[in-house]
Design a protein around this ligand. Structure first.
Ligand SMILES: [Zn+2]
Length: 492
């Protein structure tokens, strides 16, 4: 097991700063080390202001670098002091350095000692490795420049990236010089090129290693088609157990009513009507819709995740994953972020939500996915595989039978299109449901809260009237309005 330190910030200011100016500029020299506490004023105990590189050596510091001096008492009586000089980070060729010095028994300062980075082992620059390969090197630690790194057998970074400076450590695997372990730790160059850790091994008798493995940073791992299929099966089995499916509706037409986005407008215009009338609706929401910058899917008004969670607790709403940010995604990392990280974030925001969350497809562009308009989109495309792998049920854009009627057998048929009722006439939006009576089919009807009183959409009064009609139909036993997770396993 390898422990890896991960840098989470730079507490001493931006890196890449070579140090062109800075306080204190006051005279400071090694003799000050014997100055008594209290009598010394320029460099008090603790962390000093940053010293500029321009004055560092003139003040007695070991290198001309921007940095910070920390002064601590070396003896209990405080009559002598120890110094630590931490330089700023400039770049790979000029990384942070840490130096210390202490007084001897007579109070005379000793030479500065470099604590970090440790002196380079064996090879101080890449040139010494030119024309050689790492496979023939002896045990030890080597510093290799990026200009020759790949030519001596070190792994390339991600495609399009530069070759990297870094440290190579070689250990014999079994005491034999012919079987070796390799560890390659690159320098942290800038925000685009963080430290990478790669490992590899060479077996006895082999001329080269079989391949490098990147240990850090961990790449987003997308499932294969087979993994996605198996994972989806597990998700589905768990949801079936959770909702105790299949669920009989005793002849009533199964209906799921999905509201997308606009949590603030949901709170302002929808939730209290749903509560008064007594319906179960599914709320497809993005995990970042309350973050700054996502006002376009937040809606109008004030709302908190605590509000949303309370709707779930009250039994009015079920949460569906609607992606993290409602944005297009192209790379593996972007797809994983918006589909899977979004799911993780939603679970955190809405702790009362069903942990086996369904997916409601936002209208976005994922590579070759077309919002899930075909079986191939889920079988062969990364977006579809991720959606299937992490959700027990999902909507898409496939239409099996006419205008959105869904066969209801008690087992989910995922990836099907929804029917948008807010732009229909009142007669049509009722007929979309009543026409399914006795057919063994159900329907997912949908809208957005911001469609209320919008051009060519329904009015608030029409929306409320429709909710009341749905409730009346339910009371009469002709339809059953269900959360999407229950709808998935319903049969009339
Ligand atoms: Zn949406």
């Amino acid at each position: 097991m390898t422990l890896i330190w991960v840098k989470i910030g730079n507490a001493r200011g931006p890196k890449g700063d070579p140090g062109v100016a800075g306080p204190p500029g006051a005279a400071w020299n090694k003799a000050d080390a014997t100055t008594a506490v209290g009598a010394y004023t320029n460099l008090p105990l603790g962390v000093t202001p940053v010293l500029s590189g321009a004055v560092a050596t003139s003040l007695g510091l070991p290198v001309a670098r921007l940095g910070t001096v920390t002064v601590t008492p070396h003896r209990a009586d405080g009559t002598r002091r120890s110094y630590m000089f931490e330089t700023n980070y400039v770049n790979a060729n000029s990384p942070r350095e840490v130096w210390t010095t202490v007084p001897d028994g007579s109070g005379i300062m000793q030479p500065w000692e470099k604590l970090w980075p440790r002196p380079k082992a064996l090879i101080d620059n890449g040139a010494a490795l030119a024309g050689s390969t790492i496979y023939t090197l002896a045990e030890g630690r080597w510093y290799v420049s990026g200009s020759i790194a790949t030519s001596v057998g070190l792994p390339p970074s991600g495609s399009g990236q530069i070759a990297r400076n870094g440290w190579l450590t070689i250990k014999y695997a079994t005491g034999s010089s012919d079987a070796k372990h390799f560890e390659w730790v690159t320098d942290d160059v800038n925000n685009d090129y963080t430290t990478e850790l790669w490992t590899a091994a060479k077996r006895s008798g082999d001329a080269t290693i079989k391949g490098w493995r990147q240990v850090y940073p961990v790449k987003a791992s997308l499932p294969s088609a087979l993994d996605a299929g198996l994972r989806h099966q597990i998700e589905r089995d768990q949801l079936r157990a959770l909702v105790k499916g299949p669920i009989s509706t005793a002849g009533a037409t199964p209906v799921a009513f999905v509201w997308d986005d606009y949590p603030a407008t949901m709170k302002a215009k929808v939730i209290e009507e749903v509560r008064r009338i007594g319906l179960k609706i599914t709320f497809a929401v993005c995990s970042r819709s309350l973050d700054p910058g996502f006002e376009n899917i937040k809606g109008v008004g004030e709302v908190t995740w605590s509000d949303v969670n309370s709707w779930v607790v009250d039994g009015l709403v079920e949460i569906a994953n609607h992606s993290a940010d409602h944005q297009d995604a192209a790379t593996d990392e972007e797809l994983f972020d918006t589909i899977v990280t979004g799911l993780t974030e939603l679970r955190a925001h809405v702790p009362a939500a069903n942990p086996r969350m369904t997916w409601v497809q936002p209208s976005v562009v994922y590579p070759n996915f077309n919002n899930g308009d075909s079986p191939s989109a889920y079988a062969n495309e990364k977006a579809g595989q991720l959606i299937a792998a992490y959700h027990p049920y999902y909507t898409g854009l496939q239409k099996l039978i006419g205008s959105g009627a869904i066969p209801m057998s008690g087992e989910p048929v995922p990836g099907l299109a929804r029917v948008w009722v807010d732009s229909m006439t009142e007669a049509d939006r009722k007929a979309a449901i009543t026409s399914l009576a006795g057919t063994g089919r159900g329907i997912i009807i949908s809208t957005h809260a911001n469609a209320i009183d919008a051009a060519s959409r329904w009015t608030l009064a029409e929306m409320i009237s429709y909710l009341e009609w749905l409730k009346a139909e339910e009371v009469a036993g002709r339809i059953k309005v269900m959360f999407l997770s229950n709808f998935a396993f319903a049969r009339p």
